[in-house]
Write a protein that binds this ligand. Sequence first.
Ligand SMILES: O=C(O)c1ccccc1NCC(=O)[C@H](O)[C@H](O)COP(=O)(O)O
Length: 213
Amino acid sequence: MNAPRIKICGITTPQALDACIVARADYVGFVFFPPSPRNLTPSDAAELAARAGTRVQKVGLFVDADDLAIAEGVRAGRLDALQLHGSESPERTAQVRARFGLPVWKALPVASAYDVERALLYRAAADLILFDAKTPKGALPGGMGLVFDWSLLSGYRHAANWGLAGGLNPDNVAEAVRITGAPLVDTSSGVESAPGIKDVDRIAAFCATVRGS
Ligand SMILES: O=C(O)c1ccccc1NCC(=O)[C@H](O)[C@H](O)COP(=O)(O)O
């Protein structure tokens, strides 16, 4: 089995970006959601994008954003893909893909087998389904370090390209991949020393563990 592709989400500094590139992460995530401790202004995103060049793919994360906000993120962050992490419907997801001409990842919150089945609704609209842990009402919809029951994905016949997120870190990611067979893993708080503060050693350890799994 090929090693899973790796996305490190919530990059806010050149040091963290460089650590992802050195560790050969496939994707970095730029968060465009003001309530997040990882939110980027357009000028921060432009600086990071210029530094990254084509060395890593840049995924812009949006939560129920309108076209204007997405367009600003796409321009500033020179984005390669869009991650919709709110309650976007299949119709809105398809609309965003058509409007921006970029691959769209749809994050789905998971707490039960029913939540996993909802992926079918997005089969035609999204290029990738990202299964993430459901967060409590009123909390951020992601980036909380919460894990869901990975056995919900064990042996599941996926109808679409997909990835696993939610509380992954250097200590648990090998087990998560073993149980789910995830072809892509995504982490944010699991490679941080505090909310929004990436730890370059944890980024390196996460990537090394995934490549070795
Ligand atoms: O990172 C945020 O602050 C955030 C805010 C709003 C929606 C999603 C957010 N992050 C998503 C991610 O970073 C990941 O795609 C995923 O949720 C994994 O996060 P974590 O559990 O912290 O590893």
